[in-house]
Design a protein around this ligand. Structure first.
Ligand code: GLU
Length: 264
């Protein structure tokens, strides 16, 4: 595992809303600062990093002092517009403390699935990476309404990883990894440290494998894993609530579930 991690040089890191915000939706500064520091350290070790960050709608809800997630589309769009700039402001602040420049990249479904737009997108991301800038990607929730959305950032991050041909996707979430059954309902549930064949995924009921407060839950994480499998790359699901988890993982400790599809 340690050798595997050392050999992964191009990493997409997906940060879920729950890894960045309080329940109120306001940004949890400790959580965000700690993640930024660990990502900055990884980046300084020479790796190429792309961040896919959720949290725009959650941060917008917090800032607009709404009591719950809006149901009406224009309200959701408004929350995303408010929250996205709040998010970027904080990323900019924390990353700049470590001398790192970041760039906001907002994508829509067409950017991923339409050939010429996809090519432009890859060119832009490559230019940023060549300049040693960390792109911070989110779906453009202000203009992409539900019917025409990717809809969740697990899928979006896997598509980004595929389109830019990076080695590895790390999904930071509020669950420890993939379990054989829902650990909240079954005390004997066991976490699966390694998934290296699609048959292992097929045998697990995603609806019963533990879920998160974010948009996706385990279903979208499995969808992401299948996209990663289609490119024979690797993916991790780890709990960002564990202290210094990224740093410790790259120093040799084992966390979460490792999806190794390199030999497919
Ligand atoms: N794009 C959404 C946001 O920033 C998050 C989607 C997701 O949770 O996967 O709020």
């Amino acid at each position: 595992m340690q050798n595997t991690l050392k050999s992964l040089n191009q990493i997409v890191i997906k940060i879920g809303s729950s890894s960045l915000t309080h329940e109120s939706g306001l940004i949890d500064l400790w959580k965000m600062e700690s993640l930024v520091k660990q990502i900055a350290n990884l980046f300084n070790s020479g790796k190429d990093v792309i961040v896919v960050s959720s949290g725009a709608i959650a941060a917008g809800i917090g800032k607009m002092k709404l009591t719950e997630k809006p149901k009406a589309m224009p309200e959701k769009q408004a929350a995303a517009a408010v929250g996205q700039s709040t998010l970027m402001h904080m990323y900019e602040k924390f990353f700049s403390e470590y001398g790192i420049t970041v760039a906001q990249v907002l994508l829509t479904k067409e950017d991923m699935y339409e050939e010429s737009r996809r090519a432009h997108c890859v060119n832009a991301l490559s230019a940023l990476i060549n300049h040693r800038i960390i792109p911070i990607i989110n779906e453009n929730d202000v203009v992409a309404i539900d019917e025409i959305k990717v809809g969740d950032n697990d899928t979006l991050s896997a598509e980004v990883c595929k389109m830019i041909n990076f080695d590895n996707l790390i999904i930071l979430s509020d669950i420890n990894g993939v379990y054989n059954k829902d650990p909240r309902k079954h005390p004997d549930a066991e976490m699966i440290p390694l998934i290296d064949r699609l048959e292992i995924l097929d045998a697990i009921d995603a609806g019963d494998a533990g879920s998160t407060v974010g948009t996706g839950g385990m279903q979208t994480k499995f969808k992401a894993a299948r996209i990663i499998a289609s490119t024979s790359k690797t993916m991790f699901i780890i709990n960002s609530g564990q202290k210094d988890v990224l740093n410790r993982m790259f120093s040799g400790e084992s966390f979460g579930t490792f999806f190794d599809f390199r030999n497919l």
